[in-house]
Design a protein around this ligand. Structure first.
Ligand SMILES: CC(C)(COP(=O)(O)OP(=O)(O)OC[C@H]1O[C@@H](n2cnc3c(N)ncnc32)[C@H](O)[C@@H]1OP(=O)(O)O)[C@@H](O)C(=O)NCCC(=O)NCCS
Length: 148
């Protein structure tokens, strides 16, 4: 597993994986380009080897005023699911958040997304709230958090 910070050269692959992973509410190509350029965001990716196929990515955002980092998106390619890529991306994101002085990592997960809920619970995240009508399609989300 080769996890590294993504750059603008990875934009096409990142946007393609988002499009393949989310029917709606995925990160657009334009938004992903913004995250790649922003000092308040970190995009991590896992690839099979230097220049090889993208196996997964995670977008982490930092708040200017709060010591809370937020997983804005995580996606693993269908062919790479179930092999620990998601778990490794989450662990790398936590290390990066700690290095930036974050005290906690938070994210929202659809109430219908059992695989993602299982991944984050396995990584030690706990539900601390929920939002009704959170997604474009009106679906609800759980709010999860892990103290670092
Ligand atoms: C959710 C997602 C990122 C998981 O990535 P992954 O690389 O397949 O997950 P891992 O292999 O690292 O799994 C780690 C743990 O998560 C849990 N898990 C992952 N996928 C699961 C599934 N389909 N069913 C149940 N548990 C699952 C398990 O506890 C697993 O541990 P184990 O392998 O020891 O049983 C991936 O399924 C995905 O990209 N889904 C589509 C996009 C998405 O829904 N993103 C999340 C938005 S909030």
């Amino acid at each position: 597993m080769v996890i590294r910070r993504a750059g603008l050269a990875d934009l096409a692959a990142l946007a393609a994986l988002e499009a393949a992973s989310f029917v709606c509410d995925g990160v657009s190509r334009r938004a992903m380009a913004g995250f790649l350029r922003s000092p308040a965001a970190l995009v991590l990716l896992d690839e099979e080897g230097a220049g090889a196929a993208l196996r997964g990515h995670l977008v982490l955002r930092f708040h200017a005023r709060h010591r809370i980092a937020r997983v804005y998106s995580i996606a693993v390619a269908a062919a790479a699911m179930g092999q620990g890529v998601g778990r490794a991306l989450v662990a790398s994101a936590e290390l990066a958040a700690r290095a930036r002085g974050s005290a906690a990592v938070r994210l929202e997960i659809s109430v219908d997304n059992a695989p993602s809920q299982a991944l984050f619970r396995a990584c030690g995240y706990q539900v601390f709230g929920h939002y009704d009508d959170y997604y474009e399609d009106g679906g609800a989300a759980l709010r999860l958090q892990k103290m670092l």
